[in-house]
Design a protein around this ligand. Structure first.
Ligand SMILES: Nc1ncnc2c1ncn2[C@@H]1O[C@H](COP(=O)(O)OP(=O)(O)OP(=O)(O)O)[C@@H](O)[C@H]1O
Length: 263
């Protein structure tokens, strides 16, 4: 058991989430290898966000287990899961609107700041040094995501694509080994989606991360994911490479069903 866990960053083992009479996610199994980019797709209401909420500790699965490297994280609190090395972004951008780009990153990175509140209040040298290092690391992160020239701008004054990038930077500031992106291309035009794909690939390489992403833009999913899991009504209807998923009859029908229902 331990050997198989060591090869994976994340191992989702048969998790189910029941809300009263509704099974939002049923017996989901999912493995993510180091530096792998995995897509989680499916029609609206398929259970994708619920799966993210279980992995990040917002919900405790009704049954099943979730392992992050060799640690069973099932039911741990979200802040503990962040500390262990899993970060996420949300479907709706959640930036601190009154703060600058830099402040948004600094606040996220606080999870890694090693200083106690008393040292901060008293302005002790250890705190001052830690704070300076904290600032420098945040500026370096902004350089890496090409937002350093906008560090002092108000976060919400950025164009939409850059706000999305800042949201990812905030997740990166917690120094994750796995990042969960919930519809990062939502609301983007084709060029912005292309830029985002290139950005996610670069982030994976430069930060040595694994990525799990929910996405409805199929060109993004097929263009960047190495492995794809498809949910429909909480059930896993397919897993495989982009090519296998594109040719899977059950997947085609699940998506065609959506088109027909909404027609
Ligand atoms: N806290 C909750 N209580 C009850 N039902 C819930 C709860 N959260 C989600 N659901 C239900 O679980 C099902 C799956 O929802 P979920 O948001 O996970 O789907 P999704 O695949 O992320 O959809 P979308 O693509 O629209 O975001 C839906 O029927 C939803 O109404």
């Amino acid at each position: 058991m331990v050997n198989s866990l060591q090869e994976k960053v994340l191992r989702v083992d048969n998790i189910t989430m029941q809300f009263g009479g509704l099974r939002a996610v049923s017996n989901l199994n999912l493995d993510i290898a180091p530096q792998q980019i995995v897509g989680l797709i499916g029609p609206n209401g398929a259970g994708k966000t619920t799966a993210f909420n279980m992995i990040t500790g917002v919900y405790k699965p009704t049954s099943g287990h979730i392992y992050f490297k060799d640690t069973d994280i099932t039911g741990l609190k979200p802040n503990r899961i962040t500390e262990l090395g899993i970060a996420r972004t949300f479907q709706n951008i959640r930036l601190f609107s009154s703060m600058s780009v830099l402040e948004n990153v600094m606040i996220s990175k606080h999870v890694r700041l090693k200083a106690n509140p008393l040292e901060a209040i008293l302005g002790l040298p250890r705190y001052t040094r830690a704070h300076k290092r904290h600032y420098e690391e945040c500026m370096q992160l902004l350089e890496q995501v090409q937002l350093a020239d906008l560090a002092d701008e108000k976060a919400t004054s950025l164009p939409y694509g850059k706000q999305r990038r800042l949201e990812i930077a905030r997740a990166l500031a917690t120094q994750p080994e796995l990042i969960l992106l919930d519809e990062p291309a939502a609301g983007m035009n084709p060029q912005e989606s292309l830029d985002l794909m290139e950005f996610i690939g670069r982030v994976r390489d430069e930060f040595g991360l694994s990525v799990l992403m929910i996405e409805h833009h199929m060109e993004v999913v097929m263009g960047i994911c190495e492995h794809i899991v498809v949910l429909d009504h909480g059930e896993t209807i397919a897993q495989g490479t982009p090519q296998e998923i594109q040719n899977n009859q059950q997947v085609i029908e699940a998506y065609l069903g959506v088109v027909e229902e909404s027609a």
